[in-house]
Design a protein around this ligand. Sequence first.
Ligand SMILES: NC(=O)c1ccc[n+]([C@@H]2O[C@H](COP(=O)([O-])OP(=O)(O)OC[C@H]3O[C@@H](n4cnc5c(N)ncnc54)[C@H](OP(=O)(O)O)[C@@H]3O)[C@@H](O)[C@H]2O)c1
Length: 200
Amino acid sequence: MKITIIGAGNVGTALARGWAKAGHEISIGVRDVDTFKDKDLLRDKNISVENIPGAIERGAVIVLSVPPGAVPSLVKYLKGAAEKIIIDPTNAFRSGLEGFETAFDALRNLTECKHIVKAFNNTGFENMANPGGLDTFVAGDSERAKEVVRQLAKDLGFANCYDFGGSDKAGLLEQLGLCWINLALMQSMGRNIAINVLKR
Ligand SMILES: NC(=O)c1ccc[n+]([C@@H]2O[C@H](COP(=O)([O-])OP(=O)(O)OC[C@H]3O[C@@H](n4cnc5c(N)ncnc54)[C@H](OP(=O)(O)O)[C@@H]3O)[C@@H](O)[C@H]2O)c1
């Protein structure tokens, strides 16, 4: 699958490496290709880097792994992306965004995209790079997008990707991400913890 990842930070590079390893074609969209530093990432033949409009054009799935406050500035690039799957992994932790509670709300209000989901926000990037045995979640109204995310979670190595509900549950899923941050960072449990579903 052709996957575009906007933002080559902690989350973007963890997802890029994991999906490239599973055989997906990854295009990383950055603000300035010339100053892109992570040349090591490009040793993987399945990963390329380009400018943001070019990367968005290429992908069937677009992951916005940027600070939530940056999401409204990316809306202009999503004009031709109504049918593409848009994944929002953001958590408004250190920085929020003006006018909306979440980046997911901003995307729903400011774009025509029909397949927006919240996913890959409930754990740290280190866990995303090594998710064996861990659970993850997806929220949104598009069944097609959820099906694709479930497969992509499996391709990364997550044990389960549970349906967290519709778009009305995206904010709650973000809160789950903030719960992980609270336990891992504020309560000093460490970034190697994860929130899993235990069935008894
Ligand atoms: N870190 C985690 O463990 C974790 C876990 C779950 C969810 N998340 C969420 O995932 C998102 C990314 O987190 P991260 O840790 O990967 O952040 P990060 O390491 O700081 O990387 C953020 C990336 O976004 C890019 N960026 C910033 N503003 C941009 C803009 N206006 N247009 C295009 N690109 C822009 C940055 O590019 P430049 O280099 O050009 O500045 C950078 O590559 C955040 O929303 C965070 O809440 C993080």
